[in-house]
Design a protein. Structure first.
Length: 53
């Protein structure tokens, strides 16, 4: 009985880790997209201000 309980616990821990990794990957992807957009916006603003100056 203890063996099956241990296997179940390990399975649940593995599942929790996988879920955490998936959430982290999703947020990391969003963060990357956001930073890319900010960089593009910053570059565009810099080019625009350089043209004016």
């Amino acid at each position: 009985m203890y063996r099956s309980l241990w296997a179940l616990l390990r399975l649940r821990a593995l599942f929790a880790i996988i879920t955490l990794i998936e959430k982290f990957r999703a947020s990391l992807y969003l963060l990357m997209r956001l930073s890319r957009a900010c960089c593009a916006f910053g570059l565009g603003a810099n080019l625009h201000s350089n043209r004016q100056g």
